[in-house]
Design a protein around this ligand. Sequence first.
Ligand code: F3S
Length: 641
Amino acid sequence: MGENITRKIIGAHRLSGEMTPGSEIGLRIDQTLTQDATGTMACLQFEAVGLDRVQTELSVSYVDHNTLQMGFRNPDDHRYLRTMAARYGIVFSPPGTGICHQLHLENFARPGKTLIGSDSHTPTAGGVGSLAMGAGGLSVALAMAGEPYTISMPKVVRVQLTGRLSGWAAGKDVILELLRRLTVKGGVGKVFEFAGPGVASLTVPERATITNMGAELGATTSIFPSDERTREFFRIMGREDEWTELVADADAEYDETIEINLSDLEPLVAQPHMPDRVVPVRELAGLPVSQVAIGSCTNSSYADLKTTVQVLQGRRLPPETDLLVSPGSKQVLKMLAAEGLVEPLLDAGARLLECSCGPCIGMGGSPVSQGVSVRTFNRNFEGRSGTKDAQVYLASPQTAVNLALAGKFTDPAEWGAAPERVELPQTAPSIRHLFIFPPENGSDVEILRGPNIVPLEKFDALPEVIEAGVKLKVGDDITTDHILPAGAQITALRSNIPAISQYIFSRVDEQFVPRILEAGGGIILGGENYGQGSSREHAALGPRHLGVRAVIVKSLARIHRANLVNFGILPLLLVRPEDYDRLEQDSELRIRTAAIAPGATFEIEVSGAESVDVTNDLTEKELNIIKAGGLLNFVREASRA
Ligand code: F3S
């Protein structure tokens, strides 16, 4: 039987486990990436392991999230990351160089390699055939230390592409179509592997847009073959020697198949406040647009911005619509400048922002009150833009710029002829000299820490019995933005767990922190898909610091579940969803943890009421990690044994 690409890469990196869907497997990790928002903690965790140098083929530390340097905290973090990288053998990408995924795609991603990154959009590198997964910062720290990365063996879904994109349809519309069909839960436990005759028609940046936003499906990752188009991309990036072909065998088998005819696609848009609330753009014609933002790791490539300029060329934006443009990297900006494409952007009235995440993470660019913002990003959760009552829509650059010019949603039939799809120029300027490569031996490098960088606390082991109250009851689809809001003031505290913990659930219930601190700990009760959204591990670390020992939910998002395990919080699943209604905030619970077995159902005693049945989907190893008080304790204990 032939192999698909996913199984080929997993097979070549598997250190333990069986390759049957759902089995736990340990993978050797070739590359890691971190970004500053999660990376400072990952670096503190790597230091806590006590090794002299990273053990991966390549680890890169990017600064792209909190690039605003208002006050000492962010610059102190950047200096810590730079010196830490030099000390331990990590490549450092300074603030302003670009967005981690765009930079990694251009400079470091390689076909057939395994990559984990402390950012949920790490699958962007799947655009060139890397098996690239988002992970918690601690998992990345341990991969840097040479530990295997554990996942459950995914099902592989073949996304059979036929036809070719035409008119105003873009790569973004392929992934919006998948989100429309499958929803934000449709990819859990799956890898989306793209195949079929339509693949060859898609450029690498288009492929990367698609794999980037596969994260919104909840997928383990998404991946494209590495073919002649990929080779051409590597040649233009000046690293053809790093290219290898990687295609599925002709008789490869897949667990499921989905078909998309690219020729049938039209411009689509995701409506507030979920990436899967997708409708055709034409259906919203007439809705005024107050802001348009083009950029983010999803759509900030040279092709995305050149298309934007081609549509703007010689025209002026209406005064009521603000257009923000963030190039994905300095390479993108240099290519635009070389072709004289920056000037028309400025002349149209657009605002050119730094090469960073910027408005995507709420670093500037907030919309007006009740404003409608059309963004080329991957997420539109409520409040993420920095304006609580803003309505954020997600669309391709082609769509976004047309709406910016009209100042409202219009029918694509009125946009005139679409420009030709943009290909990369024959050569691209290198920005490799902007990365700071580590010395061969960094043992003399002094690591500089500011006062905001607080060493990690050592957490206790799980007690044999948890006796605690439900200190917060929340509904369905709680995101990590609900658990720990983003924004400059809060994320600047990311290396200071006691300080950042004060913001846990602060926008859901201001009394949560005082309540749980007064009780000396507690339990959180949640609905479906608890913890979806970004990979930020502070959404688990913060609650753990406050004394949360268990979350009881109807269902859990994948990366947040892993973060809960990593920090020693017990994730329990209600056997009967209706029991959610029987449990209240302040219900007093008794959980006998010593009795928990992997996958087994057991009873939780409820003071003054009937007990409820819960189950778990934990493996034996995960259970032992939680019992040890978290993964760092577990690894330290294992290395002592
Ligand atoms: Fe940055 Fe937004 Fe991507 S925060 S890494 S541009 S999802």
